[in-house]
Write a protein that binds this ligand. Structure first.
Ligand SMILES: NC(=O)c1ccc[n+]([C@@H]2O[C@H](COP(=O)([O-])OP(=O)(O)OC[C@H]3O[C@@H](n4cnc5c(N)ncnc54)[C@H](OP(=O)(O)O)[C@@H]3O)[C@@H](O)[C@H]2O)c1
Length: 239
């Protein structure tokens, strides 16, 4: 395993938000394997799969805590990290509650509100609060989904989850418009349908099918300014 001296990634200092397990943990582990210095956030103080990975392998990932539903926790994380700079901020955290419910009578107001809070407001709050820790040509990425594509929604299903990712795309597009002319790549990523707690056991892909190519795509976009919505292989996704 390489660390620090000759990283095999242009993203040498990486901050991953939502990395306790699933795709976020795999992204943090992949960047550490590529020799990046990685700070990765979880919500539980101990016992997550990321904690277990770090204990088992000795990989030097710095584990921080933040719940993006709470603005004051995001601000506190920012303050703890002040003085550090990151070449990549990747906000991966997201939830899917009562996924099969259609909008209308089926969806509980509380589920709708919690999904919008985490997947849209929480993610954008993390971007807005932490972006000044990113170098001027560093990358800001957020985990969207192919389900966030309005154009490609010909089947319905996962209606509220889809809507949260479409809203996230719209919000990130507004962020990009406000930051036009800056040098940072701004990436909305679609990882494919992956076997995780969120993706479920029927998903098409293993984490090992999704994350190495997705990280390759992020690395290939280093230094290319502006907004893109990309799948894990680097192909554009229709908005
Ligand atoms: N799996 C797929 O097929 C798929 C497809 C497209 C997009 N995505 C997106 O990929 C991202 C990761 O999903 P996953 O499949 O890896 O799911 P997962 O295994 O359920 O992991 C979700 C992660 O988000 C964290 N999280 C949830 N709410 C949070 C909050 N309020 N503050 C901070 N962290 C929070 C979780 O932390 P805790 O352990 O503390 O709950 C966990 O680390 C999500 O944005 C998801 O929408 C997944």
């Amino acid at each position: 395993m390489q660390h620090d001296e000759h990283p095999s990634t242009p993203h040498r200092d990486v901050l991953v938000i939502g990395a306790s397990r699933g795709l976020g943990a795999a992204i943090a582990e992949t960047y550490a394997d590529r020799g990046a210095r990685v700070v990765a956030t979880v919500r539980a103080p101990s016992g997550t799969p990321l904690h277990a990975y770090v204990e088992r392998t000795g990989t030097p990932i710095d584990i921080e805590e933040v719940d993006i539903d709470h603005a004051e926790q995001v601000t506190a994380l920012h303050d703890r990290l002040s003085g550090r700079h990151f070449d990549l901020l990747f906000v991966v955290a997201g939830i899917s509650l009562a996924a099969q419910d259609a909008i209308g009578a089926d969806v509980a107001t509380e589920d709708f509100t919690r999904m919008m809070l985490t997947n849209v407001l929480g993610v954008m709050r993390a971007v807005e609060t932490l972006q000044d820790l990113v170098t001027p040509d560093g990358t800001i990425a957020v985990m969207s989904s192919g389900q966030g594509s309005v154009t490609n929604n010909t089947t319905g299903g996962f209606e509220v989850y889809r809507a949260t990712k479409s809203a996230l795309n719209q919000m990130f597009r507004s962020y990009a418009a406000r930051h036009a002319g800056e040098r940072r790549p701004l990436l909305l990523m679609a990882p494919g349908w992956v076997k995780t707690t969120l993706g479920g056991s029927n998903a098409m892909l293993e984490i090992s099918d999704s994350i190495p190519p997705l990280v390759d795509t992020l690395d290939a976009q280093h230094g290319t300014p502006g907004l893109q919505f990309l799948d894990r292989t680097g192909e554009p996704v229709a908005w």
